[in-house]
Write a protein that binds this ligand. Sequence first.
Ligand code: NAD
Length: 196
Amino acid sequence: MASASRQLLARCMSSSAAAKKIAIKHVTVIGGGLMGAGIAQVAAATGHTVVLVDQTDEILKKSSKAIEDSLKRVTKKMFADKPEAASQFIEKTLSNFSTSADPAAVVHSTDLVVEAIVENLEVKNELFKRLDKFAPEHTIFASNTSSLPITDIANSTTRQDRFGGLHFFNPVPMMKLVEVLFFLSSAGYVVSRSCC
Ligand SMILES: NC(=O)c1ccc[n+]([C@@H]2O[C@H](COP(=O)([O-])OP(=O)(O)OC[C@H]3O[C@@H](n4cnc5c(N)ncnc54)[C@H](O)[C@@H]3O)[C@@H](O)[C@H]2O)c1
C-alpha cells in the first residue's frame, strides 16, 4: 500500500470517535443557481437544516420555485400511488429550508458551507475570505468548483485543514455520485465524515 494511502486509512480509523461527535446538521449552500438549488434541495430532503444564500431576494425566489418544482417531479416518481406521502415529503423538506441574501449572518451556526457560485477564483476567494471571519471554528468549507484547484480556493482562508471539494453532478437531485476531495492534512473528522 502506498504511503499516502496508509496515512489516509490511519487517519480515517483514528478519527472515527471524533467523527461521531461532529454531526453535520446545519448546512449553508451559497449560490442558488442550477447546482446550488439542487444541493440545497438534496440536503433539506435528507433532514438537514439548510439556508440557501444568493446575492438578492429576487434570485432566491427563483431558486425556491425551482426547488419546489423539482421536489414535485421527484416525489411523483418516489411516491407514485401515494399523493399524501408525496405532499408530506415536500412539506417536511421545505420546512428544513430557508433563504438569505447575507452569508455572514447565517454561517455563525452552520456545520458545513457548500459553495456553488460563479466559476471565478477571485470571486470565490473573496467569499471564503469573508466567511472565514464569521463561521465557527468547526465549520467545514467545501466548493463545488468544476475546474479550479481546491488548494487555490482554500488558501484564501485560515482553515485549509477543514476545506475540501464536494463536486456534485447535474441534475443534483437525480445524480447519486458526488466527488469528495480533501487534503491529506485535513482534520481527521473532515476526512472521516467524507470517505469512511
Ligand atoms: N452546471 C454544471 O453542470 C456544474 C456541474 C458541477 C459543478 N459546477 C460548478 O458549480 C458552480 C455553480 O455552477 P452553476 O451551474 O450552478 O452556476 P449558476 O450560474 O447557475 O449559479 C451561480 C449562482 O451563484 C450566484 N452568485 C454569484 N456570485 C455570488 C456571490 N458572491 N455570493 C452569492 N451568490 C453568488 C449567482 O447569482 C447564481 O445564482 C460553479 O463553480 C460550477 O463550475 C457546475
